[in-house]
Ligand binder design. Structure first.
Ligand SMILES: Cc1cc2nc3c(=O)[nH]c(=O)nc-3n(C[C@H](O)[C@H](O)[C@H](O)COP(=O)(O)O)c2cc1C
Length: 334
């Protein structure tokens, strides 16, 4: 059986519009939502309906909760338990200073007793699959990591995703994937690995390694077709399996404009610009003049203006519209 591919939770990015876009290329196995503030969710914040919109495939969506207060997180999990979803994930990995200062995200990893007590409080609130996404912790110490995760496992966590960098490293230095194997060999529950997947071949290489699932974040923004591309490559490497059709070309202009349409349809106007800028901050890396386009997009204050910028760019650079043969091996753009 194929190792599952997971879309990473990414604030302002892992929302319905992105899932729709990825589904359009063939989808992935599970989609984590961007982190949802437990406090805002139970308090009934004005945008919560958008955060918990699990379309278009609720049964493959995992809600990620973030917070510092165990009572709030437990209450939010109980609320999400009533919804159709694949599971509920707790954020113990976010290293953004604003989140850590509150006592949320990777801050949980500094206090194993407190983290275990959180799981003990949340576990009875949901019968859904309960997972935790975390980093290495404050230091790259395999013993600490294994002990910490065993406590979570003992309290009833069903699986763990490891982004193997320390709290301080943010995105510096490459992810230490050997820790994923270490953790997996020391737990009874599945362990997903995450970090720095570079292209479809790399995704398959990680999937064939020591992990139970592979989670992809930033690459899925640059190449929303990456999961489909990797599955096709996987099938091509298995002679016994039916080989999918001809290599397909991706139209970058159509993909960009489709994303704008999806944002307009599935996100509130207050979020349009910030979310579009975030997405194109990655997607424009496909373009030769990507930084220039990002700059132009950054000046726009409405989606219609962004659409004009993109259409004009591809009008001037028609040769950049198509990424050819993306489903053939070694074809991912650098
Ligand atoms: C813009 C951005 C927002 C992120 N937001 C979250 C989040 O809400 N929750 C979380 O657990 N991780 C978050 N992350 C971390 C990713 O889930 C992932 O662990 C990280 O990007 C490494 O994977 P990658 O190299 O495939 O991107 C975020 C990362 C980025 C780049």
């Amino acid at each position: 059986m194929s190792v599952p591919f997971l879309l990473a939770p990414m604030a302002e990015l892992s929302h319905r519009a992105l899932r729709e876009l990825i589904e359009g290329f063939g989808g992935c196995d599970e989609y984590f939502t961007e982190m949802i503030s437990a406090g805002a969710l139970i308090g009934g914040g004005p945008f919560e309906a958008y955060y918990i919109d699990a379309g278009p495939c609720p049964s493959r969506v995992v809600y990620q909760l973030a917070g510092a207060d165990a009572g709030q997180i437990a209450a939010a999990a109980a609320l999400l338990d009533r919804r159709d979803c694949a599971g509920i994930d707790l954020n113990m990995g976010c290293a953004a200073p604003a989140i850590v200062r509150l006592g949320a995200g990777v801050r949980w990893m500094a206090d194993p007793d407190k983290a275990a007590a959180l799981i003990a409080q949340v576990r009875p609130c949901t019968r859904k699959r309960l997972s935790v996404k975390l980093r290495l912790g404050m230091e790259a110490d395999p013993d600490y990591l294994v002990k910490f995760c065993r406590r979570l496992e003992d309290e009833g966590v069903d699986f763990i995703t490891l982004h193997p960098r320390t709290a301080r490293e943010k995105f510096r230095r490459t992810a230490r994937w050997d820790f994923v194997g270490v953790l997996r060999r020391n737990l009874h529950i599945p362990v997903a690995g995450n970090g720095d997947v570079a292209d479809a071949a790399d995704l398959l290489r990680r999937a064939a390694g020591d992990c139970d699932a592979v989670m992809v974040g930033r690459l899925a923004l640059r190449a929303p077709w990456i999961f489909a591309q990797a599955r096709t490559l996987e099938a091509q490497r298995m002679p016994a399996r039916e080989i999918p059709a001809e290599p397909t070309e991706i139209n970058l202009e159509e993909t960009a404009l489709r994303f704008l349409e999806l944002l307009a349809r599935y996100q509130p106007p207050e979020f349009h610009i910030s979310r579009a800028r975030r997405f194109f901050g990655y997607f424009c890396d496909n373009l030769i003049w990507g930084n220039y386009v990002k700059n132009l997009l950054g000046r726009e204050t409405a989606l219609a203006g962004m659409e004009r910028v993109l259409t004009a760019y591809f009008g001037e650079h028609p040769e950049e519209r198509l990424v050819s043969g993306v489903f053939a091996e070694n074809s991912a753009r650098p």
